[in-house]
Design a protein around this ligand. Sequence first.
Ligand SMILES: Cc1ncc(COP(=O)(O)O)c(C=O)c1O
Length: 414
Amino acid sequence: MNSSQSLRARPKPGLGAAAVGVEEETLVLDVLRRQELFRYYGFDPSRPPPMVATLEAETKAYLDVEYTLAVSSGTAALELALIAAGIGPGDEVIVPAWSWISCFTAVVRVGATPVLVEVDNTLCLDPTEVARATTPETRAVMVIHYQGIAADMEPICAEARKRGLVVIEDCAEAPGVFYRNRAVGAWGDIGIFSFQHNKPVTAGEGGLLATSNPRFYERAVRAHDLGQYRPVHVAVKPPTEPSFSGGQYRMSELTAAVALAQWRKLDGMRARCRALQSCVLPRLEKLTGIQLRRIPDPSGDFGYEIYFFANDAAAAARYREQLNARNVWCQQRTGTYPQYRREYVINGLAAHPVLSPFADFTTWPAKGYRAEDFPKTEDLTARFVALPIGWAYSVEDADYIAACVEAVHAEIQG
Ligand SMILES: Cc1ncc(COP(=O)(O)O)c(C=O)c1O
């Protein structure tokens, strides 16, 4: 029971947060000692402070894209991505029904209409849904790489390209994840990342936008900095776009210091999570009556959360209950929700009534925004059991998790 004791003593397994150490401390102290906290200027006008710029340079190289832009949050990055692509009132954006709040609300906040679609047994967007949901108004598909794995990008991108749709990848839960040897965030037209507390790379808050489209880059820069396009960006890409009224979504040097130290740990974190996961997965694969989540490219998986599907919702609830009783952290909802169950969908409101893209619907929630419209998503998300594999776990903990699932499985399946 030693492992049980150690699991009991352990808080929710953090990823980036649990790896914070001397590297973050060093970079933060560097910013403080230089007294240069703002990315665009410090004491020497000829030399802007380095931290945000270095984060952008290193993430750009890691992702193998032309441009990255550090911003204030993943949610901000999603809104900026939509603005960069020129998406607004009258446009439709395809969004998986099972996604984070920001995915839906970012579309509403730029005045466009989110069109919800089903997920499949990857718990990411079902590629066949792109054809079904596309209308003459559709401008973009938002893909969410859910909890450490890549969505099936080849068929998704093929379906989107056929229809001239912009592909926005939400990689908030998937930094350091690859699909066919290419980083997620580099597959679509724009990728976004989050550095919020629960993420593999965290600075408490923060975000990043990645693109290889020069126009999208310039528009995102302008949208995140009050329409401005400062010399740092001119040096990256000469301006060609007109200014427009933007918001203020900049990242500070302090946030960048933490995010940079964390990003540099990404490959080590992935290697560790994958090693721990490999102690559990082969044992779960042998259990009849449960199915593991499908991972479109297992070689690029981060490995920080194992999902399996039980036969029905009642069985999934029993697994969760009995695993939790054995001190195995085990959740039903892990940072993602069926959007059609959220309050802002049920009431259809935006910040001002005129801004709601749903104002013209005669009944609300209309078809396409109700639980009964998503039988596949309802079924899959009622039946899954999630087993986080944290940075702080040991091989013994991983063995213990596998043994507990085996024991609970034997009890449930008889
Ligand atoms: C899938 C997904 N998209 C977007 C976000 C938003 O990121 P942030 O919290 O940095 O705004 C999150 C997480 O919080 C997320 O999990």
